[in-house]
Design a binder for this molecule. Structure first.
Ligand SMILES: C[S@@+](CC[C@H](N)C(=O)[O-])C[C@H]1O[C@@H](n2cnc3c(N)ncnc32)[C@H](O)[C@@H]1O
Length: 449
């Protein structure tokens, strides 16, 4: 496939991602597989698609002075301008005149003469006059929102809770690439041996401090290696590994994973239990429960029983005090995983956090009576913000007076994590910039004896 066609594919992908409201990572993967794209072109495609989405609001700010038409631009024209300005401003690979030439050729194939001359005119003006200066924006929140391409309501929200420096660092970190982190299946291979094997295959790796099963891969994709394909390692962010580490699952216990798909933490839990005991895993839909079963099979784990079910109705299935450990890795807005799924920023609204907080609390209240006295209830989300994290825990503890935040949770955290800025009495808020992980909220509640 030529470079020329890659940009057509990039444009089509950007349009589809916008129309389908997200799932950029899934659509990119599908397209790469469907079109048999060369690895060089894959890298370019991924870079431009992710970069254009990641910088969308900055690009619109750059383009605004050059678009005088009162008519709404067709979606594909808007996307073509964005991806072109992205390449002109943020990539050195292709000279501006070549970017403009390619954009005009694409416009010729897709639109009428008027559109071709509009695209040409806008991009040539950007090239001649340069883009507007973001530093000229007076309001600090707006400036940060435009510089880092986050919706202003989200930036203001974070500023209220975390202050300027933390928010700025988080917004900037959300534009950066995250290192790949993988987890070894310890019943099949040791971490040291897996690192040796990866080294032989040309990968440079480091040990994670978050889990004794975690490895950080500095560069390269491991999905074609035998280690991944034969279930010796799986891809999982370090923050997700920390969740399961803090569950303290042991062999022989009965564990409930109330929101389990696609099965990252359920399988990690089974590994911690040396595949001995039971893990009852639920997720809303049958196809999601199937994902969990597939992941367990891939890693040769047998104790996970994954089924479709609403975590808000589990008292219909189980007697009280049935489980030793319960994990609620709740559905959430996902603002901690913006780096991997940048379109999340634009498709969520403030009221989504409120709606999800109600669901999160309902799940916690439903499963709490299923925990044995002295049992541990782990609550986590991959989002950053008060409503779905601290507030949910405060609200839960206000009515569930037989639960407390387990102080030993904090003692058990590695020291550098315990001392990180997001540790409060209700739990740990991990920010993406602190350890280059996903943003996560993690806490452990204990049922009083
Ligand atoms: C953050 S994800 C869980 C990730 C999973 N624990 C892992 O580590 O792979 C949250 C999951 O909750 C599921 N979910 C949403 N509402 C639910 C409900 N009422 N009951 C059970 N699962 C639910 C979603 O389908 C989603 O798969």
């Amino acid at each position: 496939m030529t470079d020329y066609h890659v940009r057509d594919t990039i444009l089509q992908l950007l349009v589809r991602i916008e129309q389908d409201s997200g799932f950029s990572h899934l659509l990119i993967d599908q397209e790469i597989k469907a079109q048999n794209i060369s690895s060089n072109d894959q890298a370019l495609l991924t870079e431009i698609v992710y970069g254009t989405i990641q910088r969308q609001l900055t690009l619109d700010y750059y383009l605004k002075p050059f678009i005088h038409s009162r008519k709404k631009l067709q979606l594909w024209v808007r996307m073509l301008l964005r991806m072109s300005v992205y390449q002109m401003q943020f990539l050195d690979k292709v000279p501006d005149h070549a970017v403009i030439h390619e954009a005009v050729e694409i416009a010729k194939r897709r639109g009428h003469k008027g559109i071709v001359s509009f695209v040409n005119g806008v991009l040539r003006s950007v090239q001649r006059q340069g883009v507007p200066d973001i530093d000229a924006i007076q309001d600090a929140a707006e400036r940060l929102a435009v510089e880092t391409s986050h919706p202003i309501w989200l930036v203001r929200n974070w500023l209220d809770v975390y202050g300027y420096d933390l928010t700025r660092d988080m917004c900037r970190a959300n534009l950066e690439r995250k290192p790949l982190s993988i987890r070894v299946q310890p019943l099949k291979i040791t971490r040291d041996r897996a690192m040796d094997e990866l080294y032989k295959l040309g990968f440079s790796t480091r040990k994670s401090n978050f889990s004794d099963q975690g490895i950080i891969v500095d560069e390269g994709n491991i999905i074609h290696t035998w280690l991944f394909q034969e279930g010796y390692v799986t891809i999982q962010d370090q923050s997700s590994m920390l969740v399961t580490e803090m569950l303290n699952a042991e062999p022989g216990l009965d564990v409930l994973d109330a929101c389990s798909a696609p099965g990252g933490k359920a399988t990690h839990t089974a590994e911690k239990m040396q595949d001995d005991g039971t893990v009852a895993a639920y997720d809303l839909q049958a196809k999601k429960a199937k994902q969990v079963r597939q992941k367990a099979a891939q890693l040769d784990l047998t104790i996970i029983n994954a089924q479709a079910g609403d975590a808000r109705k589990l008292q219909e299935q189980y007697k009280k005090e049935r489980f030793d450990r319960i994990l609620v890795d709740a559905p959430c807005t996902g603002f901690g995983v913006i780096r991997g799924k940048p379109d999340i920023k634009y498709h969520k609204e403030e009221r989504d956090s409120e709606r999800l907080a109600e669901i999160q609390l309902a799940i916690l209240e439903e499963v709490a009576p299923l925990l044995k006295p002295d049992g541990l209830l782990l609550y986590s989300t991959c989002t950053v913000g008060e409503k779905e994290n601290n507030d949910v825990i405060t609200n839960f503890l206000a009515t569930s007076t037989n639960f407390v935040v387990d102080k030993r949770f904090f003692e058990q955290l590695p020291a550098e994590i315990r001392q990180s800025p997001g540790c409060t009495e209700n739990g740990l808020q991990l920010f993406p910039q602190t350890f280059s992980t996903d943003g996560f909220f993690i806490t452990r509640l204990k049922r009083k004896a």
